[in-house]
Design a protein around this ligand. Structure first.
Ligand code: NPW
Ligand code: ADP
Ligand code: K
Length: 496
């Protein structure tokens, strides 16, 4: 995965390692805190020129230390300030103690702060070090401020958001804006953290990129830089078989729409040929709606086995509208033993709910050839233990599921995570809320299939499909349908 600090995500644990590596390389850790605090103060002045008073809430660790630097800088800028601390400032240690000593102003207890009109709160209670749920008195303060009209500028993360998971630890500030340092953290992208962060500013406090990359690199933001290098090259000499042949299974006569959406999306997304594999009973319904997508009758294992003799047919989408779990399991088995690649979606995923291991065994060997596209409900059918484990972040759930299945997992939602068996994971951020509409998931399955059919490795095929799906959703605009989403696919290619 190609990473740089714009798309890198560092967990609080990684950030701690970065801290230590920066100190070991001779960087002054107090210097980093000073620059962090100065950046937040500058942001406060720029964003809230009309503030009557800045109220800096300082916690017991280095996030609080940043807060004392902010307070000193805002006072030096001539603004009115008030500082309220959680715990005894005398108990501060290390750089935070230094920042407090340099501040030299008066500090009141956190509980004494009552929001008043004209205030802007600078939240420096907790950042990367929040390790457990907040106490009741802190929760009460946060809730009172959230309920007031006082805007909050958060330092690093809105206090209460777990930087590793994005979870709310009891309560969290609803920030108008957040200033973080060097690169983003999972909690800024994963829900609900993303909703609490407000506008995010990333400030470079001077930690060399090589140190950041050395501690991170496996997880990032889903952006073209992560997969652009393996996008299929479009050449004038391209033959349609060079662009791959994608096969999509149709559902029964009563449920043909979903498979057709996948097939049409696959063609629009650049597969050279797309064939819809339809039972005889659904043939006329499918034929009535298709032109460029080809149709072939597949009524059972015999038909599929015969089809698999065509070595050019390497990629399949199974699941949208499929219905029949027993048949889905047999088809997946035939595709797996034929060394083909499979996008397993919707009913195809549900087909393995009673024996997920059967699916994982089919694709256990070699490079990942399986792409799973579950939403949360489908995920829980294949990975019930991971779904229930509330200590895991969505990224970690995806990573563990990918490792267990030797497949690429697209765990869908507003914060879709794409994960590979080797631990790489990307968090998607470009999906507009109106993408959650009937048939949108079918379109995504077809997109992934098209990218696989064109020869992209499974992880990059999946990640680029999710990104393209999001961009097309934005292009199609509010009120999109699965059909307008497909039409919009072509319009986003030039920016990939
Ligand atoms: N990384 C970098 O390069 C740079 C990082 N910088 C800044 O450092 C911040 C990270 O600092 P940090 O590690 O000291 O953590 P922080 O968020 O202040 O909290 C730790 C304190 O909170 C306490 N505590 C935890 N949970 C609690 C709870 N529920 N309720 C009550 N207490 C709780 C915990 O206590 P303990 O668990 O030890 O008992 C400890 O005292 C980071 O976010 C950024 O702002 C910048 O200066 C620039 C350079
Ligand atoms: N709140 C949201 N914001 C943005 N995208 C979303 C949201 N909720 C769902 N999505 C996306 O919409 C698609 C819905 O897929 P799925 O749940 O399979 O729906 P369907 O069954 O209608 O095809 C997925 O790509 C998912 O990531
Ligand atoms: K904070």
């Amino acid at each position: 995965m190609q990473s740089h600090k714009e798309t890198l995500l560092l967990t609080p644990e990684n950030m701690g390692q970065v801290d230590r590596a920066a100190a070991a390389s001779g960087l002054s850790s107090y210097g980093l805190m000073e620059r962090a605090g100065q950046a937040v103060a500058a942001c406060a002045l720029r964003r809230f020129p009309g503030a009557l008073r800045f109220v800096i809430l300082c916690g017991p660790g280095n996030n609080g230390g940043d807060g004392y630097v902010v307070a000193r800088a805002l006072r030096a800028a001539g603004t009115e300030i008030a500082v309220h601390a959680l715990g005894e400032p005398a108990a501060l240690r290390g750089d935070a103690a230094t920042a407090f000593a340099q501040f030299t102003g008066s500090v009141a207890p956190l509980a004494d702060y009552h929001p008043r009109s004209g205030d802007v709160v600078v939240d420096a209670l907790f950042g990367a070090g929040l390790g457990r749920n907040l106490a009741a008195d802190v929760i009460a303060t946060i809730e009172a401020i959230n309920e007031s009209a006082v805007p909050v500028l958060a330092v690093d993360l809105p206090s209460g958001i777990d930087g590793r998971t994005g979870a709310v630890r009891g309560a969290a500030f609803q920030a108008a804006a957040t200033v973080t340092f060097m690169c983003r953290k999972p909690g800024h992208l994963l829900l609900p953290g993303r909703m609490m962060t407000g506008d995010l500013e990333i400030f470079d406090i001077g930690i060399p990129e090589r140190i950041l990359l050395a501690q991170g690199g496996k997880i990032g933001v889903n952006a073209p830089a992560a997969w652009r290098h393996v996008l299929p090259v479009k050449t004038g000499a391209g033959h349609k078989y060079v662009r791959g042949h994608l096969a999509v299974f149709s559902g029964p006569a009563t449920a043909t729409g979903a498979g057709r959406l996948s097939a049409m999306a696959g063609l629009r997304a650049g597969a050279g040929l797309v064939t819809l594999l339809s039972p005889t009973a659904a043939l006329s319904a499918n034929a009535a709606h298709l032109t460029a997508v080809m149709l072939k009758v597949v009524n059972g294992d015999g038909d599929l086995s015969a089809l698999l003799e065509d070595v050019r047919l390497k990629t399949f989408v199974l699941g949208p509208g499929f219905g029949d779990g027993e048949r889905a399991r047999r088809y997946a088995d035939l595709i797996a033993s034929g060394e083909r690649r499979l996008v397993l979606d919707a009913d195809g995923i549900t087909a393995f709910r009673d024996d997920p291991q059967m699916l994982f065994d089919l694709f256990a060997e070699g490079e990942p050839r399986l792409v799973l596209t579950p939403h949360d409900g489908e995920f829980a059918r294949l990975f019930p233990d991971l779904a229930e484990d509330s200590t895991l972040s969505k990224i970690e759930r995806g990573q563990k599921a990918a490792a267990r299945s030797n497949g690429v997992v697209i765990l869908k939602g507003a914060d879709t995570v794409i994960a590979a068996p080797d631990g790489r994971a990307l968090v998607n951020e470009n999906a507009p809320p109106w993408l959650a509409t009937a048939g949108s998931g079918d379109v995504l399955a077809g997109l992934v299939g098209a990218h696989l059919a064109q020869g992209m490795p499974a992880f990059e095929a999946a990640a680029s499909a999710v990104w393209r799906h999001g961009e097309a959703g934005r292009t199609a605009g509010e009120g999109l349908t699965a059909e307008t989403l497909i039409d919009a696919l072509g319009g986003v290619d030039h920016i990939m």
